[in-house]
Write a protein that binds this ligand. Structure first.
Ligand code: NI
Length: 255
């Protein structure tokens, strides 16, 4: 069984074939999809998906691209959303210094505030860190994010950073870029992560694995990520599927 621990199935790129995409995922052995939010509207859409399809669990939160709109009313809304039974995490939250859609100081403030929200709610966090490794680490430490732990999604850091975040109780989630030609640094990380700290994801509709690069990504392709990781680690795809889905269930408290 496969667990796609990070996808955005609310995205309008699925509006024409969402049901078919879910069916294709099931046909490829995907039994669980965590659909992750980036603002209030997507949080509402993702909660609705969990109510309509057994396969979905949801994370609610505000992505660093969207923190300009954040205020305390939005935090109250996230608290309400967290009461839905299949909401299992706060995310995605973090820092994005590649696009810099919001000023970095604003990103940092709302990353910290959403970590403390997650701690109050006792929910793990899903961290987005794009070209912001140093500040991400500093904020995770200062805010004692280890109290709830969670996931560094679409991991792109070093082996050294992976060690430090795993010490804080964070799992390392590997996405489609592991299949790309220039993935050298990521291959070292994939070899290094212990069995009980590894997750896989698609981040669909973004970042499709090879041979679908340039097209829309979807959860059925998480199998390609598992296959590539199995090859790198010299093990079977069944083993990678089993450990990553049991890790995902453990960290997100899914039975
Ligand atoms: Ni994402």
């Amino acid at each position: 069984m496969l667990f796609d621990t990070h996808a955005h199935l609310n995205d309008n790129q699925f509006d024409n074939d969402r049901i078919e995409a879910i069916e294709r995922a099931k046909e490829n052995g995907v039994e669980c999809i965590l659909t992750v939010s980036s603002d209030i509207a997507s949080s509402i859409e993702n909660i609705a998906l969990t109510q309509n399809h057994d396969i979905f669990y949801a994370a609610v939160g505000v992505h660093p691209h969207n923190v300009m709109d954040l205020n305390n009313n939005i935090i109250s809304a996230l608290i309400d959303f967290s009461t839905y039974p299949k909401v299992v995490a706060i995310g995605e939250i973090g820092l994005d210094y590649f696009y810099d859609n919001a000023p970095r100081e604003v990103q940092k403030v709302w990353f910290s505030k959403q970590i403390s929200l997650a701690k109050n709610l006792k929910l793990p966090i899903i961290v987005h860190d794009r070209e912001a490794h140093e500040d991400t680490m500093r904020i995770l430490k200062n805010e004692k994010a280890s109290d709830v732990g969670g996931v560094l999604h679409c991991y792109s850091g070093s082996v050294e950073m992976a060690k430090q975040v795993m010490d804080m109780g964070f799992l390392i989630s590997i996405a489609g870029p592991v299949t790309y030609k220039n993935a050298n640094k990521l291959l070292d990380v994939v070899k290094y992560i212990p069995d009980d700290m590894l997750l896989i994801e698609t981040d669909s509709p973004y970042l499709p694995p090879e041979p679908y690069r340039g097209q829309r990504n979807e959860p059925s392709y998480v199998k390609l990520v598992a296959e590539k990781i199995a090859k790198i680690r010299g093990t079977s795809v069944e083993h990678i599927a089993n450990i990553t889905s049991s890790n995902g269930k453990r960290i997100f408290g899914i039975q």
